[in-house]
Design a protein. Structure first.
Length: 101
């Protein structure tokens, strides 16, 4: 058994529009903006580093180390998920339900 289907075609087309993009491919080291200029993201970063004047290198290096030290210190203060799971597992093995009343 087949049914008749009417199709009404319209002259309207949906053109590509970045505002409607849900997901884009990600390639480490590349970004769409960089590739439009013919350079990868990594090439742009290296170019900026090599473009730093000699008299600013030491200050920028010290600033970068400070940022990394701050981020590492912040990350080590965060609770580690595996530690949380071990604590829950230990509490459950000791007969605790893990809930408070």
């Amino acid at each position: 058994m087949s049914a008749d289907v009417s199709i009404l075609r319209s002259p309207h087309f949906v053109e590509p529009d970045q505002r409607r993009t849900v997901i884009r491919d990600f390639v480490p080291g590349n970004s769409p903006n960089a590739l439009q200029r013919g350079q990868t993201w990594a090439e742009r970063v290296v170019g900026r580093i090599f473009g730093l004047p000699e008299n600013k290198l030491a200050a920028e290096y010290a600033r970068l180390l400070s940022v990394f030290d701050t981020e590492i210190a912040r990350a080590t203060r965060l609770p580690q998920p595996i530690d949380d799971r071990r604590r829950v597992a230990a509490a459950l093995s000791e007969g605790s339900t893990g809930t408070t009343t």
